[in-house]
Design a protein around this ligand. Sequence first.
Ligand SMILES: [Zn+2]
Length: 276
Amino acid sequence: MPELPEVETYRRFLDEVILHQPISAVEVFDRHVLAVDEDALRRRLVGQIVVATRRLGKNCFLEFADGSALVLHFGMTGDVGAYRHDYDVPRFTRVAFHLADGLRVAFIDPRKFGRIRLTDSLEQYQKDKKLGPDALGISLEELSQVLRKKKTLIKPLLLDQSITAGLGNWIVDEVLYQAKIHPERRANTLTDAEFSSLYAAIQSVLKTAITQEATYRQFPANFLIHAREWDESATPGTDQHRFCPRHQKEEIAKKYVGGRATYYCQICQPEPSESI
Ligand SMILES: [Zn+2]
């Protein structure tokens, strides 16, 4: 599923290819991904120029001079691409934006859970969708101020897009592991030092993932992500990936927290002692 790091990678790609060229046509291969009337979309886009790309959480914005924007949400399997000729159209392209210089930008989505929308402004979209500040843009003070008032479990709070936008399931597990905080700690029991570690871990996990362009097997060996069942490639031929990178004989534990599969180390991230 495209998470913040993938979406940031897509945004950078779009920033390279789509800016400052008038959109000459909008080709719709499959309307399923449109959360806006097809004709309205075409009327709005044709002749327009994207002047900036922005990202908020898992949403990518192609912004026009008046501040309005096309919003791309990538669902489960969304991706972007570029091509020039009909015979090169990427498989599963659902919508293509043709640019005046001949390049075509593809919104690709095999499973079609992605959505394309229009909004009057990024700020309006953020309000409509009740999204908090972006996880890479939020400050330590903003984050800790909201969290320290909450008596609920830290993991579901970090997944809550109205608190901060862009943290998905594996990212939250990684952040809590790096910060040595058990996923079932109640947020109001975190110390100032733990909030600082949590904040630093959010920044470093996201920045690492973006630098590696979200190619998980290239993530550092001290990342918990290698224990997830879908990534065994970091240690081919061994079961080393199933153990804590800090405690090499301690198998990474798995349980469900707030209904989500959760990986953690029982030594690094001690069980909360307070009564529940
Ligand atoms: Zn450990």
